[in-house]
Each structure stands twice: as structure tokens, then as C-alpha cells.
Design a protein around this ligand. Structure first.
Ligand SMILES: CC(C)(COP(=O)(O)OP(=O)(O)OC[C@H]1O[C@@H](n2cnc3c(N)ncnc32)[C@H](O)[C@@H]1OP(=O)(O)O)[C@@H](O)C(=O)NCCC(=O)NCCS
Length: 288
């Protein structure tokens, strides 16, 4: 396609120089490090838009979660090229690749109108809570005893719980978490009812996914995952409104930084309600 004087071609994102992708995301002030791009590339598909001399001007990715569901993310147009139709052009290509899958994405303000015009409907607001963890981030009394460390070789129950909460299996994500994350589980009556993971991302550590059967259990998992991180930069993205989890996070130094909106196409987002597994902490904006 032709955008003013630019002729853009696409290239499979897997073969694009990661430093160029990093430059693209830095240009829109996203915190991803090259390693975060690598981790996402290992989980999904997509392309970059390049000009005639190979400069990267855009990116878009999708992440299959089984045959029926996918998430979309890393949709970026370089500021020099925004508002000239590039975002819509990239999204139309990505939607073609996603086929008939039901879709989930987390939209910034800048992208909201674009996604709604492509048939996505708003479902929830995501609060990006982050900051330097304080000593108040100590493990909570009570439920703390129910929290255990989960070995990377032992993710069968975790994968089943994640699928129940997220609404689709995320096997590739589970394999990646086993390699890169610390994982805690929460057991009630011998049954795993919650799990949470922490890994390096962006400016520090991200806590997520967190799947639990109640907000109190999500707090216990977040507290266990914050242990030892006093003074470190930590982020947790949640769709919970102000309540026990957000109150705990604020006390622990993770304050509201920004919001995005979760939009879906093809089916509603699974609800989060006490007594059944729900997503209390996102894996990543691109992975929901
Ligand atoms: C969101 C983004 C990808 C849109 O890319 P783009 O190339 O500007 O998109 P387009 O030119 O195809 O515009 C698509 C629609 O969005 C609107 N739009 C573009 N930039 C906008 C902005 N900053 N604020 C509000 N609307 C905007 C356009 O008006 C257009 O709507 P229309 O077709 O009804 O006129 C780009 O702004 C971007 O990379 N932003 C920073 C990163 C980001 O937020 N990514 C989205 C992640 S969910």
C-alpha cells in the first residue's frame, strides 16, 4: 500500500531484527525490552511493516490459544506514520489470519475507535498497577499457609486451572512460564484453586497471570509473589475494580498508572465471580 511517500512491505515478525522492534515500541513509550519481544514472538504470529530500506514502521501480532480463541497485541504504528490508515491496514491483515476464532485484545485510547469499527465490543477496564514494592508487600496472614511453590515440571493442574479461568487453553504460555517464571499455587482441601506467576518484564517484574476463585485468594497469591521484591519495580494488571486486591496492591506500592480496555469479538469475556476460577491478574496485555 502507499502511505504518503512511504511504500510499506510486510515481513514475518519472526525474522525481523529484535532491536528494530524494540525501537518501535520505545517510540510509543512501551516498556518492553528486547527479551520481552522475543518471549512474545515465541508465542504468536504477526508481521512488521517496513519501508524500502528496511526501517520498521509498524507491527501487529496475534496469539492462538487453541483453535477457537486468539488474543491480539503489539499493534504499533510509528508516530511518524500514525493516522494515515496503517493501523487499520495491519489490523485487517491480522484479522484475516485469525480466521473464525473469537478474539480478545486490550485497547489503548488511541486504538479504541479503530477496534470498535472492526467489530470489537468493550468488556472491562484493565488497571495497570505498578510501582516500587514496599515492605507492606509481606505475605498475608491466614491464607498464606495455603500458598505453595509449584515446580516447573508440575504444571498440569496449573494449566487446567488457567484454562478454566481464561476460557481457553494456553499451552504455549504454560511452557514459557515453566521456563521463565516463579509459580505459586493455592490449595484448598487438597485441590489447587489458585495460581500466580512472576517473571521479568519491562522495567522490572510482572506478576501475572493470577487465577483464583476469590479476590482474597488473589491477594494471598499476589502477596506470596511480592515476597522478596521490596524496593523492586513490580507491575500487576487487573480487571478488578477497587476492592481487596486493588487496596492491597496500593498498600504494597503498586498504584494505578494507566488503564486500557478489554474488547472482544465473537464472544464475551468470561466473568470473574467468587467460587469459580477467574483471571485476577493478566499474563500480559497481548496475552490477556
Ligand atoms: C493505535 C495505533 C496503532 C493506530 O494506528 P494508526 O496507523 O494511527 O491507525 P489508522 O491511521 O489506521 O487510524 C485508525 C483509526 O484510529 C483513529 N486514530 C488514529 N490515531 C488516533 C489517536 N491518537 N487518537 C484517537 N484516534 C486515533 C483514526 O482516526 C482512525 O479512525 P477512522 O478510520 O475512523 O478515521 C497507533 O496510534 C499507535 O501505534 N499508537 C501507540 C501504540 C498503541 O496504542 N497501540 C495500540 C495497542 S492496543
Amino acid at each position: 500500500m502507499r502511505l504518503k511517500s512511504f511504500e510499506l512491505a510486510t515481513q514475518d515478525i519472526a525474522s525481523v531484527d529484535v532491536e528494530a522492534l524494540h525501537g518501535l515500541s520505545l517510540g510509543v513509550e512501551w516498556p518492553h525490552r528486547p527479551g520481552d519481544w522475543e518471549a512474545l514472538r515465541a508465542l504468536g504470529h504477526g508481521f512488521a511493516a517496513l519501508d524500502e530500506i528496511g526501517r520498521v514502521f509498524g507491527s501487529a501480532m496475534w496469539f492462538p490459544h487453541g483453535d477457537e480463541c486468539a488474543t491480539i497485541g503489539m499493534v504499533i504504528t510509528s508516530p511518524r506514520l500514525q493516522a494515515q490508515g496503517g493501523g487499520r491496514w495491519m489490523m485487517e491483515r491480522i484479522l484475516q489470519q485469525c480466521g473464525e476464532r473469537r478474539l480478545i485484545l486490550n485497547s489503548t485510547r488511541a486504538a479504541y475507535r479503530l477496534y470498535v469499527s472492526l467489530g470489537f465490543a468493550p468488556q472491562a477496564t484493565v488497571s495497570q498497577c505498578q510501582g516500587y514494592a514496599t515492605p507492606e508487600a509481606a505475605a498475608m496472614p491466614g491464607l498464606a499457609d495455603a500458598v505453595e511453590t509449584i515446580a516447573p515440571t508440575d504444571l498440569g493442574e496449573v494449566a487446567a486451572l488457567d484454562e478454566a479461568g481464561f476460557g481457553a487453553g494456553r499451552p504455549l504460555l504454560m511452557v514459557q512460564l515453566a521456563r521463565t517464571a516463579e509459580i505459586r499455587g493455592l490449595r484448598r482441601g487438597g485441590r489447587l484453586v489458585g495460581y500466580g506467576a512472576r517473571r521479568t518484564f519491562g522495567r522490572g517484574t510482572v506478576i501475572g497471570p493470577v487465577v483464583a476463585e476469590s479476590e482474597e485468594e488473589a491477594v494471598a497469591l499476589a502477596a506470596a509473589l511480592l515476597a522478596g521484591l521490596d524496593g523492586h519495580f513490580v507491575r500487576l494488571d487487573t480487571r478488578q475494580e477497587m476492592g481487596p486486591l486493588r487496596t492491597y496492591l496500593e498498600a504494597a506500592g503498586l498504584r494505578l498508572f494507566d488503564t486500557v480496555r478489554t474488547l472482544t469479538r465473537g464472544a464475551a469475556l468470561p466473568t470473574v465471580e467468587p467460587g469459580r476460577p477467574g483471571v485476577y491478574g493478566l499474563a500480559a496485555h497481548a496475552l490477556s
